[in-house]
Design a binder for this molecule. Structure first.
Ligand code: SAM
Length: 243
C-alpha cells in the first residue's frame, strides 16, 4: 500500500468520502488515505491526526515527499483533539477496534458540529459504533463488508439524521450486532464472518461448561447462548447448536 494504491479496505473507506470534503483522518498512520484522496483531487483539504510519534513522523514524511503540505495538515494528538469545530466536514477513522472508535467520537463530540459524514472502519466490535451512533443521533446510511488477506472488515457510513431509521423493519438487537444493511444483503463475507464468530463463541461456551459453575460463568454462558441464537437466526441455512 502507498499513496497511489490503497488496500481494498482503505479504498472502500475512500469511496464514501464525498468529493471536495474537508477531511480529518484520525489515526492516519502513514497518511495514505488523505494523501491518496488529495492526489486524486477528491478532497479540498485534509488533516492527518496521529497520537503516536512514529506514525505521526511517517505521515509528515509522506505528505512532504508527495508535495502535499499545502493540502494536508499533519497533526499530533489524541483523537478529535487535533481538530477545531468547523475544520472538517467528513471524518474517517479506520483500522482500530470499534470501542476505541466510539470512545474517540464520544470524547470529541463538540468537534462534530460541522461534520456531515463519518466513515468508520472498525477491525472488531462494530456493535460499539452502532450503539454510539444510535445514542448520538447519527443515522447509519450505508455499510460494506469486505474480505482482504483472509481478514473480514466492516465499513460504516453515518450522517446526522434519525438513528433508528435503518432498524425500523428488523429486530434492533440483531441489527446492532450484525449491521442492518449487511443483514439485508447477507453477502459471502458476512456469512463467513458470523459462521466464524459462532464457532468461536461455541468454543468459549464449551470451555465455560467444563469450568466450575458460578453465577458469573452461568451469566456468561447465557450471554453467549443468546448471541449464538441471534446469529443462527441470521444464518438461516445453518444447523442450530442447541438442537
Ligand atoms: N487508519 C490507518 C489504516 O486504516 O490503515 C492506520 C490504522 S493503524 C492500525 C491505527 C492507528 O491509529 C495507529 O497509527 C495509532 O497510532 C492510531 N491511533 C490509535 N489511537 C488513536 C487516538 N486515540 N488518536 C489518534 N490516533 C490513534
Amino acid at each position: 500500500m502507498n499513496t497511489d494504491k490503497l488496500s481494498v479496505r482503505l479504498e472502500t473507506v475512500a469511496k464514501y468520502v464525498p468529493k471536495d470534503s474537508r477531511l480529518a483522518d484520525i489515526g492516519s498512520d502513514h497518511a495514505y488515505l488523505p494523501s491518496y484522496l488529495a492526489k486524486n483531487g477528491r478532497i479540498s483539504f485534509g488533516i492527518a491526526g496521529e497520537v503516536a510519534k512514529g506514525p505521526f513522523l511517517s505521515a509528515e514524511k509522506n505528505v512532504m515527499a508527495e508535495g502535499l503540505t499545502k493540502m494536508i495538515s499533519v497533526r499530533m494528538g489524541d483523537g478529535l483533539e487535533v481538530i477545531q469545530p468547523g475544520d472538517a466536514d467528513c471524518i474517517t477513522i479506520a483500522g482500530m477496534g470499534g470501542s476505541l472508535i466510539a470512545t474517540i467520537l464520544d470524547n470529541g463530540k463538540e468537534k462534530l458540529t460541522s461534520v456531515k459524514r463519518l466513515v468508520l472502519q472498525p477491525n472488531i466490535n462494530a456493535i460499539a459504533i452502532r450503539h454510539w451512533l444510535v445514542d448520538n443521533e447519527w443515522e447509519l446510511i450505508a455499510e460494506e463488508i469486505i474480505e482482504e488477506d483472509s481478514k473480514i472488515y466492516e465499513i460504516l457510513v453515518a450522517e446526522k439524521g434519525d438513528p433508528l431509521n435503518p432498524y425500523r423493519d428488523i429486530q434492533v438487537e440483531t441489527g446492532l450486532l450484525v449491521g442492518p444493511f449487511l443483514l439485508q444483503r447477507k453477502e459471502e463475507a458476512f456469512k463467513k464472518k458470523w459462521a466464524l464468530e459462532k464457532k468461536n463463541w461455541k468454543r468459549i461456551y464449551d470451555q465455560l461448561e467444563s469450568a466450575a459453575s458460578s453465577a458469573e460463568t452461568e451469566e456468561k454462558k447465557q450471554e453467549i447462548m443468546n448471541k449464538i441464537t441471534l446469529v443462527e437466526g441470521v444464518l438461516d441455512n445453518e444447523e442450530s447448536e442447541w438442537s
